[in-house]
Design a protein around this ligand. Structure first.
Ligand SMILES: [Cu+2]
Length: 154
């Protein structure tokens, strides 16, 4: 069986292959020879990589939250009543949701990006944080708590 291909078609296919090879070659050449910075698909903002809670003063806190399959860190945040809390949020993998029950907070945790919101907790209690963006088989277990003067938190 003989393959029949139009000459013009073959010419176009061959020249586009040459062009693509040339492009890939130049990219690799530039990367190695001139140490060019080739961007990755997702830029990762390294503003913070570890979850933590910072106490700025008696009534002001920063929470650096990291969402990952399938948990939030830190998972328990203890603060005194009347505190203003800046939540910074990022993800280690896929997109997760960040919803604080009883508070009007609805954020997305996105890999490579940081979202921020500020919440005032003026009533004692336990505020549940849940993931409200389906993120895989463990999605329903993704939760954390903001514990405000409860039961006797300092
Ligand atoms: Cu989820």
């Amino acid at each position: 069986m003989t393959m029949v291909m139009d000459k013009v078609e073959r010419g176009i296919i061959i020249s586009s292959l040459i062009l693509v090879s040339l492009f890939v070659f130049s990219l690799l050449y530039a990367k190695n020879r001139y140490k060019a910075d080739v961007p990755e698909c997702l830029p990762y903002d390294k503003a913070y990589t570890e979850p933590k809670v910072n106490k700025l003063d008696e009534k002001t806190y920063q929470v650096f939250a990291v969402a990952a399959m399938w948990q939030f860190q830190p998972s328990e945040i203890y603060i005194p009543v009347g505190s203003d809390v800046d939540f910074y949020l990022t993800s280690k993998d896929v997109v997760h949701g960040f919803n604080i029950a009883q508070k009007n907070v609805n954020m997305m945790a996105v890999y490579g990006a940081i979202n921020k919101t500020t919440v005032k907790f003026d009533k004692p209690g336990v505020y549940e944080i849940v993931c409200h963006e389906y993120c895989g088989v463990g999605h329903q277990n993704m939760a954390a708590q903001v514990i405000v003067n409860y039961p006797d938190a300092k």
